[in-house]
Design a protein around this ligand. Structure first.
Ligand code: HEC
Length: 143
């Protein structure tokens, strides 16, 4: 019984110490898991396509000064090795943004311009509007 009383007393002392303690405050480090903002069209595309498997930390922690070719190789690895479902055209647009924002490329570089302003995609096979707008075949007459 004496033991139990001692334990209860100890618990009370502990509780009193906890109640009297100052509230804890935690300062979080700055957010690194976001893509650096940019006016290039690859920015929203990277947010959308490169965030499905991992955070932007993976991009933020790459060495600075990577060329467009190096970023393209990195994105190709995502496609080929990890099966990222991203089209080659989207990879070009995303890598133009990555190479300018994180690497050594300039927004005025011809390759960056080409990647950021891809030609309009051809109408998909199942595009009903395109089918309706196709010229009709001439109607054959029997005479
Ligand atoms: C299908 C999933 C998937 C998508 C989508 C994806 N990644 Fe990755 N990524 C991975 C995996 C898996 C790793 C390796 C993780 C590890 O090693 O812990 C990785 C790692 C990385 C790394 C770290 C360096 C390396 O090579 O391991 C970078 C940089 C990177 N990804 C960039 C990108 C970029 C840019 C995109 C968009 C174009 C992208 N990822 C989209 C799966 C993906």
């Amino acid at each position: 019984m004496k033991r139990l009383t001692t334990m209860l007393c100890a618990a009370q002392v502990c509780w009193a110490a906890m109640a009297g303690a100052a509230p804890l405050s935690i300062t979080l480090p700055p957010e690194t898991a976001v893509f650096k903002s940019s006016g290039l069209p690859g920015y929203p595309l990277a947010q959308q396509k490169c965030s499905t498997c991992h955070s932007a930390d993976y991009i933020n922690f790459q060495p600075p000064g990577m060329t467009l070719a190096q970023w393209t190789a990195e994105a190709s690895k995502m496609q080929q090795v990890y099966g990222a479902p991203i089209s080659d055209q989207d990879v070009n647009t995303i890598c133009a943004y990555l190479a300018v924002t994180y690497g050594s490329a300039q927004a005025s570089d011809a390759e960056v311009q080409a990647g950021s302003n891809p030609p309009p995609a051809p109408a998909a096979k199942g595009d009903a509007m395109a089918l309706l707008q196709k010229p009709r075949l001439p109607v054959l007459s029997r005479d």
